[in-house]
Write a protein that binds this ligand. Structure first.
Ligand SMILES: Nc1nc2c(c(=O)[nH]1)N[C@H]1C(S)=C(S)[C@@H](COP(=O)(O)OP(=O)(O)OC[C@H]3O[C@@H](n4cnc5c(=O)[nH]c(N)nc54)[C@H](O)[C@@H]3O)O[C@H]1N2
Ligand SMILES: Nc1nc2c(c(=O)[nH]1)N[C@H]1C(S)=C(S)[C@@H](COP(=O)(O)OP(=O)(O)OC[C@H]3O[C@@H](n4cnc5c(=O)[nH]c(N)nc54)[C@H](O)[C@@H]3O)O[C@H]1N2
Ligand code: SF4
Ligand SMILES: [Mo]
Length: 692
């Protein structure tokens, strides 16, 4: 007879941005079942497959269980088991030596997609150590939307899926697969059930596009042209919110004159979307109120990310959808500790000027270093030398554009430490690898600093393997060794209490409540104006000259020139079974998607002699990989969509788990970067294919 199942509540994490409230069944310190909690604030019982099998991450036999020190050459896959004391001393010794020789800024602290509270503890560690260089993937993930929002209207406008809306304009977003930032698919589905009308802008006919009243299959890389076409229609047909525009925006006349050149006919030629469809979609969005623009990650994936984000904020604004329930809102935080205070930004006042990115003139308020700029520093000492790297929750060899450059950078660094749950291509290039405790094995807080006005409790449910430590414990102990110890806690879990202390709560209280949400406040600008220099929504940026930004959003051409040698356009989308490069080693996920699939239109496949299931060589100017053909008409005949994040955990560490074979980022380059965020073209690249 087994023991009885105990049910515990927590929130899903680290399979995407997280957010679903879960009921977790535990037997003998082992999770035996996971289901959606019907009382969940974001999911009301909804879950996805990878959330339900997420406990399988904990029990894999090859999971990292002890600190490791490299014993052979870097990348040779030879390791020696060491104690935590030795590991931390080794890391501290190397980082302090680099600081002594080259200054604190010569150490980069690396992190990937924000996964939990450790993200901010790492930034605190960098600040206290004295390095302005936190390297993250924000260049291609959320900074273009967030920071552009802040410059244009003073906040990050998120689609309000909690209040009833009449139209959802899903633009380069696919919540049914990604539930990004806690915009859980279930929320969107409920809106549709309650009568919201749906417009989808996506080059792929996704499941969501199938549900849409209007689907705009745009040519990849032309989002800003399409948005400017929408603005043209809205302004020409006087469908905009006149009262709002008059009272609360700045630069409308200039914008109106500027978008005159983007007629639906002109835009149709650029975007491949028929002119009458542009008109219908623009009218549907502009005439409904409220309407929510769910803007996705794909607008951030080429050098024109800033223009794309700018044009969409302008669209939300002139249609009067900012800060209204069911529109795009400023999601106010609950009374929790501010990020600046948490990370001790006050202790590094020169950060903005000193960051590697600042030397490349990135947009003000962008506080992490773009990976492209970071590697330039490592490889060319520009703007100054960088010699050390501490990374966690990230896999740069697969996740960053131009993997070959990443490989060179990892080889050139004097010292690399990685905290991981599993040996990855990047971790296999490290000098020290630290084994982490994972979701369900540690107390954590979700959605802190994500800009959606809430935090979620993720209490510990089972014990980790004895030598696996939560990242915040690692950072707390490392912090005591490499920075003033008085800024660190005796008990690392005090960081969890710190976050909720301003609300008069302890972490335990947060767990009892489940989540904490900020107040619903709409239309605050009517009293206080918008938090921009002009106090209005800056359709034309008043700070353009000062910050060397474009005053008005424009379409400045395709991200990469057309090239007859490479006649197809390469794009990608996140897989619903994996989180970017993570978890190919979780068997139940791998069974669902055993190999990387490239989507090819039947006509294109036929003209190339490719059948479903064939191995296909994909080539761009920059590199070549192999993936498996999935012949489908969800893509345009001139577009192929390849899989992201692939490496082969069944391979071996001495070859970095075949990091070269199918890895999308070997097809990308950092030769051309968007100025504002250092964003490379990770999509919308000319390519060609052939049967392998
Ligand atoms: N070509 C192309 N490149 C892209 C993208 C794209 O669309 N196209 N997307 C970009 C985007 S949006 C993002 S956010 C980045 C993501 O890039 P990354 O964040 O670097 O990639 P992930 O696969 O999310 O996570 C990396 C590692 O974190 C580890 N991990 C998981 N949980 C924990 C934990 O609790 N502690 C520690 N220490 N490690 C943990 C996983 O095992 C995994 O190896 O990639 C970007 N790269
Ligand atoms: N299952 C799963 N969930 C995830 C992730 C994951 O890897 N897997 N990653 C997480 C992360 S880090 C992020 S940032 C979010 C991203 O979340 P989303 O923004 O929803 O995801 P993407 O898949 O990057 O892109 C969404 C859609 O953009 C389309 N698209 C591709 N190219 C273009 C283009 O040129 N223009 C337009 N308009 N659309 C285009 C794709 O076909 C896709 O359907 O998801 C998070 N959630
Ligand atoms: S949608 Fe995201 S948060 Fe919800 S169960 Fe799936 S992975 Fe977890
Ligand atoms: Mo992301």
């Amino acid at each position: 007879m087994g023991t009885e199942i105990r049910w515990a509540k927590t929130h899903c994490a680290r399979m995407d941005h997280g957010g679903c409230a879960l009921l977790v069944g535990v037997e003998d310190n082992r999770i035996v079942q996971i289901k959606g909690d019907p009382e969940g604030y974001l999911n009301k019982g909804y879950t996805c497959y990878k959330g339900r099998v997420s406990a399988d991450r904990l029990s894999h036999p090859d999971r990292l269980r002890h600190p490791l020190k490299r014993s052979g050459e870097r990348g040779e896959g030879k390791w020696q088991r060491i104690s935590w004391e030795e590991a931390l001393d080794e890391i501290a010794g190397n980082l302090l030596r680099i600081k002594e020789q080259h200054g604190a800024r010569a150490v980069g602290f690396g992190v990937g997609m924000p996964k939990g509270l450790e993200h901010f503890v790492l930034i605190r560690l960098a600040n206290l150590f004295g390095s302005p260089n936190v390297v993250a993937s924000q260049d291609v993930c959320h900074a273009p939307r967030e920071v552009t929002g802040v410059h244009t209207c003073g906040f990050y406008p998120v689609a309000d899926l909690h209040n009833p809306t009449r139209v959802i304009l899903s633009w380069a977003s696919n919540l049914l697969s990604t539930s990004e930032e806690g915009q859980i698919a279930g929320l969107l589905l409920d809106q549709l059930k309650n009568g919201a009308r749906l417009i989808v802008v996506d080059p792929r006919r996704t499941e969501l596009a199938e549900k849409a009243e209007l689907w705009l299959q745009l040519r990849p890389g032309t989002a800003q042209a399409l948005a400017l076409g929408f603005l043209h229609v809205v302004i020409e047909e006087e469908l905009y919110d006149k009262e709002f525009v008059e009272q609360f925006t700045d630069g409308f006349e200039d914008l109106a004159a500027h978008v005159r050149r983007y007629s639906p006919e002109t835009v149709a030629e650029i975007t491949w979307v028929p002119a009458d469809l542009i008109r219908r979609a623009a009218r549907l969005y502009a005439e409904a109120k409220p309407a929510a623009l769910q803007w996705g990650n794909a607008i951030e994936h080429d050098i024109h990310a800033f223009d794309a984000a700018r044009s969409l904020v302008c669209l939300m604004a002139v249609c009067g959808n900012l800060e209204i329930p069911g529109g795009n809102i400023n999601a106010y935080d609950p009374k929790i500790m501010g990020l600046g205070e948490f990370v001790r930004a006050d202790l590094i006042p020169e950060k903005r000027k000193e960051m590697i990115g600042a030397h490349h003139g990135v947009i003000p308020r962008f506080m992490t270093v773009p990976p492209a700029h970071f590697r330039q520093a490592v490889l060319k000492d520009e703007p100054y030398p960088v010699r050390g790297y501490y990374g966690m929750c990230t896999n740069p060899l697969v996740a960053w554009a131009n993997s070959d450059v990443t490989y060179e950078a990892l080889k050139r660094l004097d010292f690399v430490a990685m905290a991981e749950i599993f040996m990855t291509p990047t971790a296999s290039m490290a000098d020290i690898v630290l084994p982490v405790a994972h979701q369900y094995e540690m107390n954590d807080i979700g959605h802190y600093g994500i800009g959606h006005g809430m935090i979620l409790a993720r209490p510990k449910i089972v014990d980790p393997p004895p030598e696996c430590w939560p990242d915040i414990k690692i950072l707390n102990e490392l912090g005591k060794r490499i920075s003033p110890p008085e800024y660190w806690h005796d008990d690392f879990e005090s960081f969890l209490d710190d976050v909720v202390k301003p609300a008069g709560l302890t972490y335990r209280d947060l767990v009892a409540k489940g989540y904490l949400k900020g107040p619903d406040r709409f239309g605050l600008y009517k009293e206080k104006g918008f938090r921009t220099p002009s106090g209005k929504v800056e359709l034309k940026l008043t700070t353009a000259d000062k910050f060397k930004l474009k005053p008005l959003p424009e379409f400045a051409g395709l991200p990469e020139e057309e090239d007859p040698e490479f006649p197809l356009i390469l794009i990608s989308a996140k897989s619903r079974y994996y989180l970017l490069s993570s978890y190919r080693w979780v068997e139940k996920l791998r069974q669902k998607r055993p190999s990387p699939l490239i989507e090819i239109h039947p006509e294109t496949a036929a003209s190339h002699g490719i059948s479903d299931g064939d191995d296909v060589v994909i080539e761009t100017k920059y590199g070549r990989i192999v993936q498996t053909a999935r012949v489908t008409d969800i893509v345009h005949p001139k577009v192929v969509s390849a899989a992201l994040g692939w490496w082969y955990p069944e391979g071996s560490a001495d070859t970095q788990f075949e990091w070269q074979k199918s890895n999308f980022n070997r097809l990308t380059s950092i030769g051309k970067l968007g100025k504002e965020f250092g964003t490379p073209n990770i999509k919308n690249i000319p390519c060609r294919i052939r049967r392998a």
